[in-house]
Design a protein. Structure first.
Length: 203
C-alpha cells in the first residue's frame, strides 16, 4: 500500500483521492478515506534567473482548503544521507512537514486504535525541488529516511514540543513492514534505536 509522489508529480494513490486545482496550490493531493485527515500538498515555486521563491505557509490560504489547525511552534532538522528519524508520535499534536533542502522518504503510520487502518502506513518521496507538503494529523506516527546528501526538514506543530509526551514506534517493526529504501544500515538516534514495537504502544 506504499505510494510515492515524485518531484514531477507522478501520483499513484487510491481512487478515493481528491485533486483540488485552486488558485493557491497547483496540485493538492489528499489521501483517501482509509487515511482520513492525512493530506499531501504540492505547490510550484516561481523561478527565474535569480533562483526561486515560494510561499511555504499561509493560514488564510490553507484554511480555504480545510486546513484550520493553529500551529504554535516551528522546528527544523538537518540530517545527512542515511539518517532515519522516527517513528515519532505525540497524541497532542498535528504536524505540517516540508523539505527545504534535499530529498527524503517520508512515512506516516496510523496508530489510532479505533481506526480500521490501525498499524497501516503510507509513504511519500518529498523533496525541496518538488515542493511537497505533508499534513500529519493527531493519531499518526511520522518518520523519514534521508535519500540525498543532506536534508533540511521543516515541521510546524500545533503544540509545543514536550519530551514527556513524545513516543516512538520501532522503525523496523516486522509487524508493520515498512519498505524503507535503505542503502545500508540507517543512522539512528539512541532513542529511535531503542523504540518499542507497535504491539507495545501505550493504551
Amino acid at each position: 500500500m506504499t505510494n510515492f509522489l515524485s518531484p514531477t508529480l507522478r501520483v499513484d494513490i487510491c481512487a478515493a483521492c481528491v485533486i483540488d486545482r485552486s488558485d493557491m496550490a497547483r496540485d493538492t493531493v489528499e489521501i483517501g478515506e482509509s487515511f482520513s485527515g492525512v493530506r499531501l500538498f504540492a505547490r510550484a515555486a516561481d523561478r527565474d534567473e535569480r533562483g526561486a521563491f515560494r510561499r511555504v505557509y499561509s493560514r488564510e490560504e490553507y484554511a480555504r482548503l480545510g486546513l484550520t489547525d493553529e500551529f504554535v511552534e516551528d522546528n527544523v532538522s538537518t540530517s545527512k544521507s542515511g539518517v532515519l528519524r522516527g517513528l515519532h508520535y505525540d497524541f497532542r499534536l498535528a504536524k505540517f512537514v516540508q523539505v527545504l533542502e534535499g530529498e527524503i522518504f517520508d512515512v506516516v503510520l496510523d496508530i489510532r486504535r479505533e481506526s480500521k487502518t490501525f498499524g497501516k502506513w503510507k509513504s511519500f518521496r518529498m523533496s525541496a525541488e518538488g515542493c511537497e507538503q505533508l499534513y500529519v494529523p493527531r493519531g499518526f506516527a511520522h518518520g523519514f529516511y534521508v535519500i540525498s546528501n543532506i536534508a533540511v526538514v521543516s515541521y510546524k506543530q500545533t503544540s509545543a514540543y514536550d519530551p514527556a509526551s513524545e513516543g516512538q514506534v520501532l522503525w523496523c517493526d516486522p509487524e508493520i513492514g515498512i519498505d524503507w529504501p535503505l542503502t545500508g544500515a540507517p543512522i539512528l538516534s539512541v532513542k529511535d534505536a531503542q523504540a518499542k514495537p507497535l504491539s507495545l504502544l501505550p493504551e
